[in-house]
Design a protein around this ligand. Structure first.
Ligand code: F6P
Length: 365
């Protein structure tokens, strides 16, 4: 019987996931004694009754590198350590099903697991590795918030989408003499906002790492409006906050959803600017999941392919307990504990922030 490597995609979907899956399958197809299987919706496929495990071969993955999303599905709820269960009182609680999952993997003949996911998924990888599972991680997120890797795949595609949005908003802003506030994703990191603001030529860029002061933003807007005419583009990261204030969270009552949901910061900023006396016409655009879906750009396909290839090489060399990472120009393996130790924040002193300031972008301070 052939040895099985099980692939799972966890957390929010991300352009490039399919390119990773394809690379693993294509590389594995050159080894006679290995077979790749996919678990549907992260590890739910292993834990569901009956299980949902699919064999992935060359035919299944043909052409998928150009498709967004993930052909094996994903979830950012629950997981083997916090499986949602309903109590007899009808309330939701969670159960640790990790030991059961390891038994199920053994029963399925799984020799190794490749877990493609963000920091939450890689924290699960670390715990499963500590329990003895042969597991390898592949970093994924449009947020680029994993410090162990120079870039995660999906990030550049998200930046491209956000930049296209800035380009389009400029035309309406200029025609109507308006201020447009574009809200982009990124959780607690301002990478997407910073890159798209620089690429799109925004006037103001607000990121979680630099709390903003509305008076500084207004100064910048006034300087852009002459005799009542002009326009301005503000790119704001969903996790941005005012000096002394908090990020804007939304309630989520979805079962098993662990993340706090960010969102609404663009309309909050408009409200704050109005309160502060800004009379200009202002509109908000929340880019939302449009920056996370769709076709990965070439850069992300290449990075994802390299990650998938490397992950399978690590299976062959039994380099378990590690996550694939990009450290220019190499693709390396980093122990999980190191990979998840630090969040990847934008450094306010970094060259890119300096360049943004240097060309006149107001960073809100
Ligand atoms: O982590 C990726 C991400 O897209 C964040 O930028 C965002 O805050 C979050 O996921 C949104 O998640 P959901 O799919 O639950 O709306």
């Amino acid at each position: 019987m052939r040895k099985r490597v099980l692939v799972a995609t966890g957390g929010g979907d991300c352009p490039g996931l399919n390119a990773v899956i394809r690379a693993i399958v294509l590389r594995a197809s050159r080894e006679r004694d290995w077979e790749v299987v996919g678990s549907i919706n992260a590890f739910d496929g292993v834990l569901n009754e009956p299980n949902e495990i699919v064999v992935l071969n060359e035919k299944e993955v043909a052409g998928i590198h150009i498709r967004g999303g993930t052909i094996i599905g994903t979830t950012n709820k629950g997981g083997p350590f916090a499986w949602p269960i309903k109590t007899p009182e009808g309330k939701w609680d969670s159960a640790d099903r990790s030991d059961e999952m390891l038994r199920r993997l053994q029963y399925l003949g799984v020799e190794a697991v490749v877990n493609i996911g963000g920091d939450g998924s890689q924290a699960i990888s670390q715990r499963l590795f500590e329990k003895g599972l042969n597991i390898i991680g592949v970093p994924k997120t449009i947020d680029n918030d994993l410090s162990a890797t120079d870039f995660t795949f999906g990030f550049q595609t998200a930046v491209q989408e956000a930049t296209t949005a800035v380009d389009k908003l400029v035309t309406t802003a200029a025609s109507h003499n308006r201020v447009f506030v574009l809200e982009v994703m990124g959780r607690d990191a301002g990478w997407i906002a910073l890159h798209s603001a620089v690429a799109g030529g925004a006037d103001v860029c607000l990121i979680p790492e630099i709390p903003y002061d509305t008076s500084k933003i207004m100064e910048k807007i006034y300087s852009r409006f002459h005799r009542g005419r002009g326009y301005a583009i503000i790119v704001i990261a969903e996790g941005a906050k005012p000096v002394g204030g908090e990020a804007q969270y939304q309630e989520s009552n979805e079962v098993g959803y662990k993340n706090v949901r960010l969102g609404g910061v663009a309309s909050k900023l408009i409200h704050e600017l109005k309160e502060a006396g800004l009379e200009t016409d202002m509109r908000e655009t929340v880019l939302g999941h449009l920056q996370r879906g769709g076709t990965p750009i070439a850069y992300d396909r290449v990075l994802a392919t390299q990650f998938g290839y490397k992950a399978f090489e690590m299976v062959l060399s039994q380099e378990y307990g590690k996550m694939v990472a990009y450290r220019h120009p190499n693709i390396v393996a980093v122990p999980f504990h190191e990979a998840i130790a630090h969040y990847n924040y934008v450094d306010p002193e970094s060259d890119l922030v300096q360049a943004a300031r240097g060309i006149g972008i107001c960073m809100g301070d």
